[in-house]
Every structure is written in C-alpha cells, then in structure tokens.
Design a protein around this ligand. Structure first.
Ligand code: CS2
Length: 490
C-alpha cells in the first residue's frame, strides 16, 4: 500500500468537496500577527477566526506562530505549509483545513527571526496562549521577579526566553525605529487577562529601561478577552479520522466542539483583522464575560477533573453520566457559583449554565479529565477561589467549592502515592508536600501553606480552613465509593 500524501499547499486541491478549505489566496496575505503558543487551543480558536476574517475581508493578517519551547508544532506544520485540519465534533462532524498560519518558528532555535518579525512594520497584533503559568505572575497577579525566566530576561533583555521578555524586546526595537507598537492580546483563561498582562509588561519594561516602561504604559493596548471552545488534545483516533475524511495525512490535526466564543475588549493601538465579522464580540465589558466563563465553565470543569479522576473516570462525558457527580456539578454551578456572577448585558445566566452542562455531556467528544487536571495550582485560583471569597464575604456555606479544593489535594496525594507524577509547574513542591501527608486533616494545613497557590488572606480564613478540612475528611480515602458518597451528600 502506498503511503497517503501529506496535507500541504500542493495537495489542497485534492481534498474532497465536503472538506472546507481556505476561502482566500493565501500567498498574497502578508503576516500581520505574531502568535506565541500555537498549541491546540490557538489553532482551534483564534487561528480559525482569523481564517474566517481573511476569507471575508482579506488583508495582511496572516499569522506567524511562535513556540517558546518545543519544536513540535514547527516540525509538524512547516512541511504542511502551515496548514492543518480542524475537526468539529457535535451531532454532525465538520472537517475544514485552516490556512491562516503562514510561518511557524521555534523561538530558542530562531530567536533573531522572532525578534525581526516582532519589529517588522507589518506586524500590528501579538496574540498569546501560553497558559496561566506562561505569564510568570505571582498568586496576587503581579510580575514574579523571582521567576527564573524573568530573572534571566532582566539580565539579558535582548535574548529573552519568556513571553513578556519577547514582547518587550520587540516593543523596544519598534520604539527605537520610530514604529508604532503592536496590540498585545492575551487569550488565556485568566480574569482580566489584558490588565494583568499590561501591568506585568509595563513593570518588566520599566525594569529594563524607565522610559520604555512609560512608553509601554502610554502607547500599547492590552485588550482583555474571553475565549471559549472545548478542545481535547489530539490523539491517534483523530489522525485516522482526518485521513479517512480528507485522504491526506495530517501530522497534527485539531479537534474541538462546534461551539466557539471570543469576546475582545475593543481597544487596539494599530488596527486589527475583521474578527468581528468572523463572529467575535467586540465590547467594552469583557470582564463580565470572562468571569462568567471562568467561574461557570472552567471551575466546574476542574471540579469534574479532580473528583471524577478520583472516582476512576476518564472523560468529562463519562463523569457527566454519573448521576452523583452530575448532580453535584449542577448544584455547584447553580447554587454556589451563579450567585457570585454578574451577568454580562443581555445574558441569562441560568440558560448559559444549562448550555455549559449540555456541552459537558457532548457524547461526540472524548475530553480527558487528566488534561483538565493539569496545572491545578495555576488554574484553581482563577476558577474557584474568587467564588469562595465571594461566598465567604456573603456569609454563605462553602462546602461544595471546598470539596473541590479538597479533591485537588487528594488528587495530588494519590498521584504522589502512586509515583505517577504531576503536570504542574509546582509539581515538585506539591509532590513533596504530598509525601508528608498521612491522610489526616493536617494534610490540608500543609497544602494551604503554599503561598504560590493560596493567597495568605484566603489561607488564613478560619471558615475556609475548616470547610476544606471537613471536605478532606469527607472524601476519606479519596477512592470511588467515598467520592461518590461525598458528592451525593452535599
Ligand atoms: C479546561 C479548558 O483544560 C482545562 O482546564 O477547563 O481548557 C476549557 O476546555 C476551555 O477553557 C473551554 O473554553
């Protein structure tokens, strides 16, 4: 049997008619966007909005995709001329080849190219998906000047390794050349992501050069965003599905649900693609959308990840098919989280919560709980701790959200006990703590002492400490029966 031809510009024309492809002439679209972190989420989301915007309005808005660490994306996509297949999984399955990425670079091996791209007059927007940990912020949301990458970059600002180091090195060159800055857009799941990034970037820039810091504060726009589309990691089943549907071998296709949403604060300093025409919502009220999504979708997602994994389940849909867990999740969303959320204008939050529950039940998607469980130390503060603080301030019971925090602690402890490791930037600290655990509620004190995770005021709140201890005890050995009984009881 001959090997299937690979997806590339040269084989696009052989795609079956049912597979959508770029609706514009790629070769004439110049690069106007540099994107840091071209993982699955970027390719499922912003790159697709940009693909649509290019088809609708054209313009020099193609993407240069930059990985900060590993060469994997470059190695997969360069031979494919930046093309990849997007599969949307719902009642019907969609296949579409995305063309908006025209350059793929691996920063450690192409530093000059990345910096030149940032400094190019045609570059007008920088977008970022590097996950929470990639921003090098403290638990309080400030630039972490003790972070090894930031320490490195402050000592060597012309040869950075962090995303903030790159952004500022690019801005410094532009300012020196008399060019306008680019807009910098965080597309990660953090509350007020633009404000946080703007503050940290200005702080870093000021530490490099005080005048540069002032210029960044005055001239660079950092719109906040809310991004949403459930994007399970790529697996071999997806590669096979794509081969069957397209007849072409794609080294790194992407899968996601059909639902997608992008809300962007309408604040740009150097133009933008027609993302609004492609379905993005441009508004001045992103904070409300962001908080609603983080608290109602991401928080409950993490709840399923820890409690579901402890109960021996593998996927979100499987956890949602377990009545005790699904019931707990619904109560958590409607009774604990929803009252803390101010609805964005025109939003019916109960309906929104119902749609999220439906999306979690989507049987066409195999979304691994293990994927969502990654980086808990970075995700939980944004997703859940705000809910807990608000509920405490309002004098309400917090036993359900506390059960999620206790579930995370049991999860870490179980991974340590099984020698299974942890995907988390604080993995070694967490596993160390877990090794000192004995199953008693003293374990909770050990975790709550982690200042990089629990802000001191929260960690010190007696009602919070007590609720997490009670929940930790309620989960007993953290095994299936105990977890299902615990979630059913509250
Ligand atoms: C998930 C998110 O992996 C996770 O932590 O909660 O990636 C979630 O699927 C997206 O934010 C949905 O937009």
């Amino acid at each position: 049997m001959t090997a299937p031809a690979p997806l590339s510009a040269g084989t696009l024309a052989t795609l079956p008619a049912a597979v959508a492809r770029p609706g514009y002439e790629r070769s004439v679209c110049g690069i106007g966007i540099v994107h840091f972190g071209p993982g699955a989420f970027h390719r499922a989301h912003q790159a697709v909005y940009t693909d649509d915007a290019l088809a609708l309005e054209g313009g020099d808005w193609a993407i240069s995709a930059v990985s900060l660490k590993s060469p994997g994306v470059r190695d997969a996509l360069v031979p494919q001329d930046g093309l990849y297949t997007l599969v949307t999984l719902d009642r019907t399955i969609g296949h579409r080849v995305i063309g908006s990425i025209r350059e793929v670079l691996c920063a450690p091996e192409a530093q000059d190219q990345v910096l030149n791209r940032l400094a190019a007059p045609a570059t007008r927007v920088v977008t970022i998906t590097v996950t929470e940990k990639g921003y090098c912020l403290t638990a309080a949301g400030e630039l972490d000047t003790a972070h090894p990458d930031i320490v490195h970059d402050l000592a060597h600002p012309e040869t950075p390794v962090s995303v903030i180091g790159y952004i500022v090195a690019g801005l410094r060159r532009r300012r020196a050349a008399g060019l306008p800055p680019y807009t910098v857009i965080s597309c990660d799941n953090m509350t007020d992501n633009g404000q946080r990034l703007g503050r940290a970037t200005a702080q870093y820039a000021a530490a490099v050069d005080a005048d540069l810091g002032a210029w960044v504060r005055e001239h660079v726009a950092f719109p906040s965003t809310m991004v949403d589309s459930i994007t399970p990691a790529t697996d071999d089943a997806l590669r096979q599905r794509v081969l069957d549907a397209t007849g072409l071998a794609d080294a790194w296709p992407i899968q996601r649900e059909a639902f997608t949403q992008w809300v962007i604060e309408d604040r740009f300093c150097n133009g933008r693609p027609a993302w609004d025409k492609a379905g993005a919502i441009l508004t001045n009220d992103v904070g409300a959308f962001g908080r609603a999504k983080l608290r109602l979708l991401n928080g409950p997602h993490s709840a399923l990840a820890y409690l579901g994994s402890l109960a021996g389940m593998e996927t979100v849909a499987e956890a949602m098919n377990t009545p005790q867990l699904a019931g707990f999740l619904e109560r958590l969303m409607l009774q604990d989280v929803l009252p803390t959320v101010t609805p964005p204008a025109g939003y019916d939050l109960a309906r929104y919560a119902g749609q999220i529950l439906d999306r979690f039940r989507n049987p066409a998607i195999r979304h691994l709980l293990a994927q969502i469980a990654w980086d808990g130390s970075q995700k939980l503060p944004y997703r859940l701790f705000g809910v807990i603080e608000d509920r405490l301030a309002q004098g309400h019971d917090i036993s359900r959200p506390a059960l999620v925090v206790a579930g995370w602690m049991h999860f870490v402890r179980r991974r340590a006990a099984e020698g299974a490791g942890l995907t988390d930037p604080l993995a070694s600290t967490l596993l160390d703590r877990a090794d000192q655990c004995d199953g008693g509620t003293g374990d909770v004190d050990r975790f709550l002492a982690l200042e990089a995770v629990f802000a001191p005021t929260l960690a010190a709140a007696p009602r919070f400490r007590d609720a997490v201890k009670e929940a930790y005890a309620r989960l007993r050995d953290g095994r299936r029966e105990a977890v299902l009984a615990a979630v059913a009881a509250i």
